[in-house]
Design a protein around this ligand. Structure first.
Ligand code: SF4
Length: 67
């Protein structure tokens, strides 16, 4: 599973960064969230889905992969 943050939609609210710092970080300049891992570790997938649902801007894009 991969996750992206839509930079146009992110409003720097930071729920993702607070709830799942293993995956999300604020970028130093813009303060928008970004994803710091390429492939989400299986143990964090559920958490990422929860955080995506909590994002008020719906800026978190989940890409499920079928392998
Ligand atoms: S929760 Fe959504 S709006 Fe807030 S920082 Fe994360 S991606 Fe951006």
């Amino acid at each position: 599973m991969r996750v992206k943050v839509d930079q146009l939609k992110c409003e720097t609210i930071g729920i993702c960064v607070k709830r799942c710092p293993q995956v999300f970080r604020f970028q130093p300049g813009s303060k928008k969230a970004t994803v710091i891992v390429d492939e989400i570790p299986p143990g964090l997938e559920q958490k990422c889905r929860e955080v995506a649902n909590m994002c008020p801007s719906r800026a978190i894009i989940i890409e499920e992969q079928k392998s």
